[in-house]
Write a protein that binds this ligand. Structure first.
Ligand code: HEM
Length: 396
């Protein structure tokens, strides 16, 4: 499963338009893995993100309680943008969307380029006998630096955020120990910006509080979830992309020969090895016959993004990585960033960073290669994500 999760979702996709599956806690869910089905589930308001609106059990909240998480801490993880639907979701999303607009991102590009060059210098300085861990030395530092600057988190806090994110992914049993200090830290950060506003997203969100558009708790949740969502996914996408290119030398050669292909190569890499394999669970709010399947109110449904991205009904010869494959750059056909109202807020930011990073990395080291064989790489045991543990590269 971990070395080839696509095979699992491909198998389910070919079995049925919606496959029943038991989750680890024994509850039943439907896995939807065909392109048409994934898009329609993610866009249909009858498939809600908040289980309460479907009268479904609050599995995520119960799991947190079972892990001993204090009641007042639960909303910081379980009441984010991604957990809300309808009017609450629109209100929250409208407040943060301007910070990720195409115009703002374009203005950010020169800064991302400078950071990329500095971090590539730092990575090179850490190489031993020409070998360095790309994931730890570049793929994580770039997106955490970019999102911290955008949101307004001081650079000196970066190592703590990286530790918190790691603990939230891998040390679930210590959830309470991790989340308490993380929430306190974020609250203190918000208070310091309230006293001394700056040119950052936290200060913008504080101004939005004047119109009663955001509670204190929502503000802290937003900051916390943006910093986490804003770096972990991009870091793993960068590493997965470099791994994919280095293990497909003919594709790498094409990209080296024509760097103008980079934006389209990034879309193909998102399709082929995007790090987020499945959506959050959706809950059916009323009995729904969607043409290709029927669901009952209260059903839990998971959209297998990777199944859809490798669906031969949508992508001819889907297992082939082909950076010349035509992808629309807007309204793309792959679903690596999801679809519908919860379409990834940071999709543009992730694409800008990936394009810049890949271009500059390849231009700087013409004979870049993997320092270990692909079989020696460890894929992390995180369900629903495709994450490497390390990616050792030989620079020269
Ligand atoms: C939502 C993937 C980078 C912030 C999502 C979803 C996916 C996704 C699949 C939808 C999940 C669902 O509907 O269940 C990715 C990938 C990334 C990436 C593959 C990098 C390659 C980022 C970045 C940010 C970000 C850089 C920075 C802000 C968010 C937020 C949501 C989201 C806030 C929730 C949106 C909403 O509920 O309206 N992302 N993401 N992501 N992403 Fe990303």
């Amino acid at each position: 499963m971990l070395t080839d999760p696509h095979a699992v979702y491909a198998h389910m996709r070919e079995q049925a338009a919606a496959c029943p599956m038991r989750s680890l806690d024994g509850s039943l869910m439907w896995v939807v893995g065909r392109h048409e089905g994934v898009r329609s589930v993610l866009a249909d308001p009858r498939f809600a993100n908040d289980p309460a609106s479907a009268g479904a059990p609050l599995m995520q909240v119960d799991a947190m309680r079972n892990l001993g998480l204090a009641e007042e801490l639960i909303p910081y993880l379980a009441d984010t943008l991604l957990d809300n639907d309808g009017a609450v979701h629109s209100r929250l999303r409208r407040l943060v969307a301007p910070a990720f607009s195409a115009r703002r991102l374009l203005a950010l590009r020169p800064r991302i380029e400078r950071l990329t060059d500095d971090l590539l210098d730092e990575m090179a300085a850490h190489a031993e006998d020409g070998v360095v861990d790309f994931l730890g030395r570049f793929a994580y530092p770039l997106p955490i630096t970019v999102i911290c600057e955008l949101v307004g988190v001081p650079m000196s806090d970066r190592p703590a955020w990286l530790r918190w994110t790691h603990a939230l992914s891998f040390e679930q049993e210590k959830l309470g120990e991790t989340l308490g200090p993380l929430v306190d830290h974020t609250r203190a950060l918000v208070e310091s910006r309230r006293a001394r506003p700056a040119d950052d997203l936290i200060s913008e969100l504080i101004r939005a509080q004047d119109g009663d558009r955001l509670t204190d708790r929502e503000l802290v949740t937003m900051v916390l979830s943006l910093v986490i969502a804003g770096h972990d996914t991009t870091a793993n996408f960068l590493a997965n992309s470099v791994w994919a290119l280095l293990t497909h030398p003919e594709q790498l050669a094409l990209l080296r020969a024509d760097p103008e292909l980079t934006p389209q190569a990034v879309h193909e890499l998102l399709r082929w090895c995007g790090p987020v394999l499945v959506s959050r669970l959706r809950y059916v709010t009323e009995d729904a016959d969607v043409g290709w399947a029927s669901f009952q109110a209260g059903d839990a449904v998971m959209a297998a993004l990777s199944g859809a991205n490798h669906d031969p009904r949508e992508f001819p010869d889907p297992e082939r990585l082909d950076i010349t494959r035509r992808h629309r750059t807007r309204g793309e056909a792959h679903v690596s960033f999801g679809a519908g109202p919860h379409y990834c807020l940071g999709a543009g930011l992730a694409r800008h960073q990936s394009e810049i990073a890949l271009r500059r990395l390849l231009a700087r080291w013409p004979s870049l290669s993997m320092a270990v064989s692909p079989e020696e790489l460890n894929w992390q045991p995180v369900s629903g994500m495709r994450k490497l543990e390390r990616l050792p590269l030989r620079l020269d």
